[in-house]
Design a protein around this ligand. Structure first.
Ligand code: PHE
Length: 337
């Protein structure tokens, strides 16, 4: 009973020096824990003289309640302080200017690709696709270009293995689509192609858009109509279009399509090599052999196909004279589009 006042004093002394939450925890254990000073005092209750027991019990309980309340008060105070400190240290100055992220824009090639796709979509063509790592069978064989055929020299090829190549054109998509579905078909296939080739007008990777249409009565005039409408939409209503006989193993007859030079209006200049014409795509009527490869009856069905280089078209449209500019990622060049 006599040491109860000094117990309170020592608690007051110790609690006044508490600065952190872990100190308060230590204090709680020391006074109120299982073997805490106050707890021990309560345990001693049965040994106290019965006459003094009620007064002793009351006094110890009073101290216990006091200490509990004090600890709770100090703890709340410390928590509050800690919270305020964290608010200060984590504060954001929302008035600071942000880091400027310049808005990106479409690459000119992507832009022209979308333009081409839009024009053909408006004519009812759907978009198909195939893999860039392609079987020799689809890239050559089924397009009527057998192994060791001289026509393979038209396209310098990256071989992955004897049977696998990086596709050299988008024409294999013709085969893949026709293998999967019967006519009628009206499909374009934009995508990347690869050739072992590099100079001012050739890069090892470039883009093509393939297009083809198969049905029971497709004629060369349909090919002409579709391509003329495309060219007049892409360039101008007045752009002259010319079909020149050519050769592709997978079309017969085959043609190369030229447009009147848009730089000199056909008068002859450096770009058109004084001819007045610019070649922009290859085309033709799908070869009966190709139909046989995909299991179509060449007596029943006919169709046309064409393929164009997107970089070349973009160069012509914007008057760019070096294809490599597209892939150097020089922002001074790209920002002009
Ligand atoms: N695949 C040919 C090339 O890359 C282009 C072409 C496509 C020609 C379709 C005719 C028909 O050169």
């Amino acid at each position: 009973m006599e040491d109860l006042p000094s117990l309170k004093e020592s608690f007051l002394r110790e609690s006044s020096s508490v600065r952190a939450l872990h100190d308060i925890q230590a204090l709680r254990v020391k006074y109120l824990g299982k073997r805490g000073i106050v707890t021990e005092k309560l345990k001693a209750l049965p040994t106290v003289d019965p006459a003094q027991r009620p007064a002793y019990g009351r006094a110890v309980n009073e101290i216990k309640q006091y200490i509990e309340a004090e600890i709770a008060r100090i703890e709340a105070h410390l928590r509050e302080e800690e919270y305020r400190k964290s608010l200060l240290s984590e504060a954001l100055d929302v008035t600071l200017p942000g880091k400027y992220t310049p808005p990106g824009r479409e690459h000119p090639i992507q832009h022209v690709l979308s333009e081409i796709t839009d024009i053909f979509s408006s004519m009812g063509f759907e978009v198909g696709e195939g893999p860039e790592v392609e079987l020799d069978y689809y890239n050559f064989e089924a397009l009527n270009i057998p192994k060791n055929h001289p026509a393979r020299d038209m396209q310098d090829t990256f071989y992955i293995s004897d049977d696998v190549v990086l596709r050299t054109h988008t024409s294999p998509v013709q085969i893949r689509v026709m293998e999967m579905r019967p006519p009628p078909l009206k499909v374009i296939a934009p995508g990347k192609v690869y050739r072992c080739d590099a100079d001012v007008s050739h890069t090892p990777m470039f883009h093509q858009v393939e297009g083809f249409m198969v049905d029971t009565d497709i004629a060369f005039s349909d090919l002409k109509g579709v391509l003329e409408l495309f060219i007049h939409t892409m360039f101008s209503e007045r752009t002259p279009v010319r079909f020149r006989p050519s050769f592709f193993p997978f079309t017969e007859p085959s043609a190369e399509v030229d447009i009147g030079c848009i730089f000199c209006s056909g008068n002859g200049c450096r770009v058109c090599k004084q001819s007045g014409w610019l070649e922009i795509l290859g085309a033709g009527m799908i070869h009966p052999k190709v139909f046989e490869y995909v299991g179509y009856d060449p007596e029943t069905f006919s169709g046309f196909a064409f393929g164009m280089g997107v970089e070349r078209l973009t160069m012509l449209k914007y008057g760019i004279d070096d294809i490599r500019l597209f892939f150097e990622n020089d922002l001074r060049f790209l920002r002009q589009f």
